[in-house]
Design a protein around this ligand. Structure first.
Ligand SMILES: Nc1ncnc2c1ncn2[C@@H]1O[C@H](COP(=O)(O)OP(=O)(O)OP(=O)(O)O)[C@@H](O)[C@H]1O
Ligand SMILES: [Mg+2]
Length: 230
């Protein structure tokens, strides 16, 4: 289980996250909602070890983790906001490059790429330059990269943003399928999407948790969101 405990983050004088605590259980998807600038991406960056928290800690199965450690990094697959891919590489080259960064052994790389490509349905476009792929396929390449090394936790920052309705459904189904043996934290501005795939929803407003509730217990999410973030 991944636990986030009393996380605070300030950039200079500006307090961006205030006392954030929640947990993600095994085989579950937690949705992170909130208006632009609420602090979702900052929180995700702290969990993946890209930023350090000003205060608070991250725990893995009850033990405090060093989010900068290789061990923590190998547990986490991260799809950043706006999915920054290397456009002049092919999908296959990119996945090879990320495999090396993730220190996947030479002997395993090929098999590992084959596995994630199959999971994300990109086997047929691996030799195509990323720049020439549709947005939906670019997103799949990013997701495949996050899946390399079979991380236990997936942190997905707006994975369906900017996709057409068909691609949204496909990526969403893909994510739903992945949750069977992973913990997933996903941010989105699409409330029906959050309702459909997440077991629990967290609404962040101005850096504070305004709601943390099982999805099935939330009656009118749209109304609640507006009330809590107005
Ligand atoms: N590196 C940084 N330096 C200074 N301020 C930052 C930095 N990163 C984020 N912020 C500020 O922190 C606040 C939260 O930003 P963040 O990107 O986490 O929001 P978000 O919830 O992800 O928003 P969005 O829905 O637009 O993606 C914003 O006020 C932002 O300007
Ligand atoms: Mg963001």
């Amino acid at each position: 289980m991944l636990k986030v405990e009393n996380i605070n983050k300030s950039f200079k004088e500006k307090e961006v996250l205030k006392d954030i605590s929640f947990e993600i259980k095994k085989n579950s998807i937690v949705g992170l909602l909130g208006p632009n600038g609420a602090g979702k991406t900052t929180l995700m960056r702290i969990i993946v070890g890209f930023y350090s928290a000003s205060n608070g800690k991250i725990l893995w199965d009850g033990k405090k983790v060093d989010t900068r450690s290789e061990k923590h990094k190998s547990r986490i697959g991260y799809l950043p906001e706006n999915n920054p891919l290397y456009m002049n590489l092919t999908g296959g080259e990119y996945l090879e490059y990320i495999s090396e960064l993730k220190q996947i052994s030479k002997e395993e790389i090929k098999e590992e790429i084959f596995k994630v490509a199959q999971q994300c349905g990109i086997q047929n476009v691996l030799s195509q330059q990323i720049e020439t792929l549709s947005k939906g396929y670019k997103q799949r390449v990013g997701l495949a990269a996050a899946l390399l090394g079979d991380p236990k936790i997936l942190i997905l920052d707006e994975p369906t943003s900017g996709l057409d309705p068909n691609q949204i459904i496909e990526i969403r189904d893909l994510i739903k399928g992945l949750s069977k043996n992973k913990m997933i934290l996903i941010s989105t501005h699409i409330l029906p999407e959050a309702r459909e795939i997440c077991e629990r929803l967290i609404i962040i407003n101005r850096g504070e948790i305004a709601l943390n509730e099982e999805t099935k217990k939330i009656k009118n999410l749209e109304k609640k969101f507006v009330e809590l973030t107005a």
